[in-house]
Ligand binder design. Structure first.
Ligand code: HEC
Length: 138
């Protein structure tokens, strides 16, 4: 086979692969905060985090030293500092990680490779997380 022929066969395949990988890793827009009032960690967030996050972010060796199974833990933050900026959900690392808004998909939570076991947050769940932070993280 001539080199040109091979390239015409291989190049589209490579491009298609690259495109699908890029689509998967494209940052998402930040969902709006929920309009619900009186949002609390115990009443609204705990159940969501238990399902998608707590398996890795609890116990003796929580990932990134970040515990998400208690209100104290989530407010304390992790190895790299606070993940909640009370009153400013858009700037809070936990929101950016859970909403997949960052350019670097390595920062998305749960990690993409574990998505089968730990469901990523829905836009509505991110909205509740935002409302909780904006309302003072009680
Ligand atoms: C399967 C395990 C796993 C699950 C589930 C998981 N994480 Fe993580 N998380 C990690 C690991 C591993 C790191 C450290 C990544 C690194 O250092 O690059 C991390 C780091 C983080 C960080 C970064 C902390 C910092 O200070 O920068 C945040 C925020 C975070 N996770 C939030 C969450 C949230 C919110 C969820 C649920 C929506 C979640 N994680 C679910 C494994 C997990």
């Amino acid at each position: 086979m001539k080199i040109q022929t091979r390239l015409t066969l291989v190049l589209p395949a490579v491009c298609a692969l690259a495109l699908s990988a890029a689509a998967q890793n494209t940052p998402k827009p930040l969902p709006p905060a929920a309009t619900k009032t009186g949002v609390t960690y115990a009443g609204d967030l705990k159940a969501i985090l238990d399902k998608s996050c707590v398996k890795c972010h609890s116990g003796d060796k929580p990932k990134n030293k970040l515990k998400l199974d208690t209100l104290e833990g989530i407010l304390a933050g992790g190895r790299d500092g606070k993940v909640v900026i009370v009153g400013d959900s858009a700037k809070s690392v936990i929101v950016q990680a859970a909403a997949h808004t960052t350019e670097d998909s390595d920062e998305w939570m749960p990690p993409a490779k574990d998505a089968a076991n730990y469901p990523p947050l829905t836009a509505d769940q991110v909205g509740l997380l935002r409302a909780w932070i904006d309302q003072g993280a009680k």
